[in-house]
Design a protein. Structure first.
Length: 110
């Protein structure tokens, strides 16, 4: 029935490739725990998250996350402004410069 075996099976990496020495942030955590007499046996399971060759640095990931929409957003913003100018679309700012419309409100002062 299924017949969906045209893909390679998932390759599970060896656990030995994940070393705390490759993740300075986690080494600092381990050192702080050791000062308190504690140990986290599962800390190595988080090493993959700190692989800078795959995921970049903390600041690089943050920058990429913060700017991910700019590549599309800026051109679309400029296109919108250009189209509005070309089509003559203007938005009122709520400030009327027609003093006659307000002459009664301010006691006739101009």
């Amino acid at each position: 029935m299924g017949g969906h075996d045209h893909h390679k099976p998932y390759n599970v990496p060896e656990h030995t490739i994940y070393k705390l020495e490759n993740a300075p942030e986690l080494l600092r955590v381990q050192e702080k725990l050791a000062k308190e007499g504690l140990r986290d046996p599962w800390l190595r399971n988080e090493v993959w998250r700190y692989d800078v060759t795959k995921w970049g640095t903390f600041w690089g990931r943050g920058f990429r996350y913060a700017t991910c929409g700019l590549k599309l957003g800026i051109p679309l913003f400029l296109l919108t402004i250009g189209l509005e100018k070309a089509l003559g679309i203007e938005y009122g700012h709520g400030h009327s410069h027609d003093h006659d419309a307000h002459s009664g409100e301010h006691g006739g002062h101009h």
